[in-house]
Design a protein around this ligand. Structure first.
Ligand code: UDX
Ligand code: UDX
Ligand code: ADP
Length: 470
């Protein structure tokens, strides 16, 4: 019979490991779940008495309030948690490599490898090791090789791939009621038995028919494929938005019309200033790198184009702002509303806003930023990383971080909507208009405003995927 799991350890208390294993703990009160990280500040935040958690995610605090101290624990004692657990989730960071072979494309698997070696070194009993980080195909195979080469007598390691499909901002909802749980294993009796143990964990709240078990390779590739195909829909619709702007067609109408075909489906067809987030670009570039390594250049080129279209969309938007403001924004004041890569998250990784602001800075505009959630220090860090050769003090001469829409838009010539925060749907545009320089320009990168209403007020409105600008 498959091993019944009673203790779980999660390596990495980030966006993936934290919410996922908090939900596992909530739904499985009979299992002790310990989430570990060597980042003391992060663990302290997870343990903070007033629930000042390190990541913002609707519903997360409630989950942690119910489970923490009961069967959910956060700790920096990584070795202890590994020793105790029968099942270990590995959800450490896998950023895109910044140097060396595959720089800018391949995933940096250093953290995964170190975590795997740590499991091999510390373990004194058999473990099921579950790959949870987004990683390129064959990572499970490398992990298996490391574990097997370093195992002690009586210590068996079974490796599973269990990619995470949660989206930020809806993580808790996605974890409570996932479209599917995907588990990959070796198709050996031992592999299938380990798989069964993990199925039993999920089956505490996920119905069996939504738990899909496949081979290790298929599991790993499906994760990259799912994100690549979601991103590809956005790039496709964004490519069409450029045609709309040039012809007077309306991208909203086009995407509705296309999405009504049940073979296409209505979701994820919203034109925007460009997709962001920690996964889409990274996973596609992983897929590109994989295709190239497998000597499949046509496949690589196909997926690469999805990222190129996204870069083009951001560039095109910045250019439209400059062109519309009479071909120069030097010294002009511009408000950027939204800095997170999407609404309901404080995460800024790959956010389109960063690229736009960098472009505006290069044109020497004066920029004010408002985001309801993103920390000020994070904004400075992102802007610095986007323009590494410009000293931060010089960036700060031209950029102000503000605390409300009204503060951000005072005396500006243009307002840019970069994130679809609900708060922005409730803006009193009369009040904003009254305090702006005239003519007052508004650029909607998120299809959030009603352009006709704003034109009535007096704004000159440009919307993604809409031709008319007056
Ligand atoms: C994504 C996947 O959805 C999730 O399944 C995976 O596990 C991780 O990557 P996430 O990055 O959190 O999740 O956000 P998502 O909602 O997918 O949005 C990604 C980006 O695409 C955002 O910048 C969003 O604004 C943009 N987007 C999304 C669009 O521009 N148009 C759309 O129609 C949908
Ligand atoms: C298509 C559109 O479906 C239809 O809406 C439009 O009005 C005309 O073009 P049709 O060309 O008759 O219709 O066939 P369709 O069923 O869409 O298939 C087109 C091609 O795609 C076929 O060669 C089919 O074998 C192939 N196909 C379809 C696949 O290879 N894989 C699939 O999953 C679906
Ligand atoms: P993700 O979005 O994939 O969850 P994050 O960067 O938010 O990525 O989180 C990954 C976390 O993993 C970081 O907090 C990092 O400190 C932690 N981490 C990396 N390596 C290890 C390790 N060997 N043991 C424990 N935690 C680790």
């Amino acid at each position: 019979a498959p091993l019944k799991v009673t203790k779980i350890c999660c390596l990495g208390a980030g966006y993936v490991g934290g919410p996922t294993c908090a939900v596992v703990a909530l739904k499985c009160p009979h299992i002790k779940v310990t989430i570990v990280d060597f980042n003391q500040a992060r663990i302290d935040a997870w343990n903070s008495p007033d629930y000042n958690l390190p990541i913002y995610e609707p519903g997360l605090e409630d989950v942690v309030r119910q489970a923490r101290g009961r069967n959910l624990f956060f700790s920096t004692n990584v070795d202890q948690a590994i020793l105790e657990a029968e099942l270990i989730f590995v959800s450490v960071n896998t950023p895109t490599k910044k140097s060396g072979v595959g720089a800018g494309f391949a995933a940096d698997l250093n953290y995964v490898e170190l975590a795997t070696r740590q499991i091999a070194r510390v373990s004194t009993s058999s473990k099921i090791v579950v790959e949870k980080s987004t990683v390129p195909c064959r990572t499970a195979e490398s992990m298996r090789t490391i574990l097997e080469a370093n195992s002690k007598p009586g210590c068996r390691f079974d490796i599973l791939s269990n990619p995470e499909f949660l989206a930020e901002g809806t993580a808790i909802q996605d974890l409570f009621a996932p479209d599917r749980v995907l588990i990959g294993s070796l198709q050996t009796p031992e592999g299938k038995s380990a798989c069964e143990s993990l199925v039993e964990v999920y089956n505490n709240w996920v119905p069996k028919q939504k738990i899909f078990t496949v081979g290790l390779w298929s599991s790993e590739l499906s994760k990259l494929a799912a994100n690549a195909m979601l991103a590809q829909r956005i790039s496709s619709i964004n490519a069409l938005s450029a045609i709309c702007e040039a012809t007077g067609a309306n991208i909203d109408e086009v995407s509705n019309a296309v999405g009504m075909d049940s073979r296409v489906g209505p979701k994820f067809l919203r034109a925007s200033v460009g997709f962001g987030g920690s996964c889409f670009q990274k996973d596609i570039l992983n897929l590109v790198y994989l295709s190239e390594s497998l000597h499949l250049p046509e496949v690589a080129a196909y997926w690469r184009q999805v990222v190129e279209m996204n870069d083009y969309q951001k560039r095109r938007f910045s250019k439209r702002v400059v062109d519309t403001l009479f071909n120069t924004i030097t010294g002009k004041r511009i408000a950027v509303l939204g800095f997170a890569f999407k609404a309901d998250t404080g995460d800024t990784r790959e956010s389109a806003a960063i690229t736009l602001i960098r472009d505006f800075q290069a044109e020497r505009a004066r920029i004010s930023i408002y985001d309801p959630k993103v920390e000020e220090s994070q904004i400075w860090q992102d802007l610095q990383e986007a323009s590494p050769t410009v000293p931060l003090v010089d960036i700060q001469k031209n950029v102000t971080i503000t605390h409300s829409v009204l503060e951000a838009t005072r005396d500006v010539e243009a307002v840019i909507i970069a994130t679809e925060w609900r708060e922005f749907k409730l803006i009193d545009w009369h009040a904003v208009y009254a305090q702006m320089s005239k003519p007052a320009f508004l650029f909607d990168g998120r299809l959030l405003v009603n352009p006709d209403e704003l034109r009535q007020i007096g704004f000159r409105v440009s919307v993604i995927g809409r031709g008319e600008t007056l």
